[in-house]
Design a protein around this ligand. Structure first.
Ligand code: ADP
Ligand code: ADP
Length: 226
């Protein structure tokens, strides 16, 4: 099955700037696709269009075989992780992770179970009562990932999530992400500046060029891990 199909997609921002031009791209269910390319080539713009955070100027995007329609963004079965773990500073870790569930009609006991399972999945068990300010950058990113995963999205969009982390922390989180991807059966879209990271993590790499932003090539990466 296809998770995303983009046909001739372009984005012109309100100021007249063409950020993305004529992109055709198909992403299958379970793919881990990295987007690499110079700053400003339109990587985030593609993610924002998929997530309904900005309009599509031209072309069509199908998400889970349904055309994206800006009017029903709430029903999208996806989660977004940004580079700077955007946690709510006045809520503890457990409440930050629970946040997306509180907007859904899920029973409290079921919420507790989902939160606990997710905290375990990302190695945050025991940190329930900690506050964001007490955590390192890597741990904050774990919380961010947990909050994205707690509602079991079929699509995870990650916009340079590890860009601000030190090398050791980055490597640890890369391993965790691969483990999670292998166990959760979800599609992952991942933005990175780091070509090595893209090849290490993904089974496909979308190479973009700037002015205007285009997807130049999509490369299949043979998986080197179980
Ligand atoms: P990347 O993620 O590859 O760095 P972006 O998608 O963020 O690229 O941006 C693509 C281009 O569009 C850049 O030139 C950027 O300055 C421009 N851009 C991004 N957002 C907006 C906006 N809201 N309005 C106008 N131009 C924008
Ligand atoms: P639309 O869906 O109507 O195209 P935009 O994404 O263009 O909405 O609007 C987002 C807002 O973010 C704009 O008001 C724009 O001024 C602002 N913005 C964000 N990033 C940039 C950027 N890189 N350059 C210019 N404006 C930006």
């Amino acid at each position: 099955a296809e998770t995303i199909s983009m046909k001739n997609v372009s984005k012109v921002y309100d100021n007249g700037h063409t950020a993305v031009q004529n992109v055709d791209l198909t992403i299958k269910e379970g793919d881990f696709v990295s987007f690499v390319g110079p700053s400003g080539c339109g990587k985030s713009t593609i993610f924002k269009m998929v997530a309904g955070l900005t309009t599509i100027t031209e072309g069509h995007i199908h998400l889970f075989n349904k055309e994206i329609d800006s009017s029903d963004r709430d029903s999208r079965d996806l989660a977004y992780v940004f580079q700077d773990a955007t946690l709510l500073p006045w809520l503890n870790i457990e409440k930050n992770v629970r946040m997306p569930l509180t907007f859904q009609s899920i029973k409290k006991e079921e919420q507790n179970k989902m939160v606990q399972e997710t905290l375990e999945l990302v190695g945050l068990k025991g940190y329930e009562r900690a506050m964001p300010r007490e955590l390192s950058g890597g741990m904050k990113m774990r919380v961010s990932i947990a909050r994205a995963l707690v509602s079991k999205p079929k699509l995870l969009l990650m916009d340079e999530p590890f860009g601000a982390l030190d090398e050791i922390t980055r490597q640890n989180l890369q391993e965790e992400l691969l483990r999670i991807w292998n166990s959760q059966k979800m599609t992952v879209l991942f933005i990175t500046h780091n070509v090595f990271e893209s090849v290490y993590l993904s089974n496909r790499v979308a190479v973009m060029t700037a002015s205007p932003g285009k997807v130049d090539d999509v490369i299949d990466i043979p998986l080197s891990y179980p």
